[in-house]
Design a protein around this ligand. Structure first.
Ligand code: VGL
Ligand code: ZN
Length: 213
């Protein structure tokens, strides 16, 4: 069974909404493409899930919560590099809202809710706390995950890696993804491909293959 994960289509990540962490290439054309793809997938009866970055205001990934630091500084957190972001997707604020219709999805998976840990992956946070996603997918017999959204080099990348680690076949639709940085985005696609992800140019490439790719 196929399932689709639409990653973090939220105002703060888009140029369309002048987001605090606006990713290049996320104007109206992109949003129209995303919404068309979602409608097409729905019309084919393929179930979709959405992820939503959903941080408390005191979240550890915000540079504003680290005196003397600025946006995009790197700090060491429990032995790992952590990028300090501009505050984004704060729970209940307009920038955190999804720009896609929640009713199109089986469930919306909120992540990054624990102020102590970042959570690029829709499956688990950096503290190892699982979201409900894996259980929901398993309950519906999903074995192949089609993933697209924002950002290629962060949430798409880590959701793909964690999906692979949980035994799913992963297909990422490149033309429906946008990255923070072109270099790290290209590296991310190479990395997930080398671990078994199939990178597809567009949704047609998936659907035309009878969803068999
Ligand atoms: C993301 C940076 C910080 C993402 C989330 O959705 O890719 N990136 N939080
Ligand atoms: Zn975040």
């Amino acid at each position: 069974m196929n399932g689709v994960i639409v990653v973090d289509i939220q105002g703060d990540f888009t140029q369309l909404m002048s987001g605090s962490l606006a990713v290049p290439g996320t104007g109206l054309d992109y949003l129209n493409k995303i919404n068309k793809a979602i409608d097409r997938i729905r019309s084919l009866g393929i179930p979709l899930w959405a992820s939503q970055d959903w941080h408390p205001a005191n979240h550890i990934s915000f540079f504003t919560n680290h005196p003397g630091k600025k946006a995009f500084d790197l700090i060491n957190l429990q032995g790992k590099n952590q990028i300090l972001w501009p505050p984004h997707c704060v729970q209940g604020t307009p920038g955190a809202e999804l720009l896609i219709e929640p009713a199109s999805f089986q469930a919306v998976i909120q992540k990054g809710r624990d102020y102590r840990f970042d959570s690029y992956s829709a499956f688990q946070d950096d503290g190892g706390q699982e979201t409900e996603l894996d259980g929901l997918l398993k309950k519906q017999g999903i074995r192949t995950l089609i993933i697209f959204g924002i950002a290629t080099d962060y949430c798409v990348r880590f959701s793909a890696l964690d999906g692979l680690a949980r035994g799913y076949k992963i297909r990422v639709i490149k033309s429906l993804c946008r990255g923070v940085d072109p270099v790290t985005s290209a590296e991310a696609l190479k990395e997930i491909e080398s671990k078994g992800t199939v990178i597809l140019e567009d949704l047609d490439e998936f659907l035309n293959a009878g969803s068999k790719v």
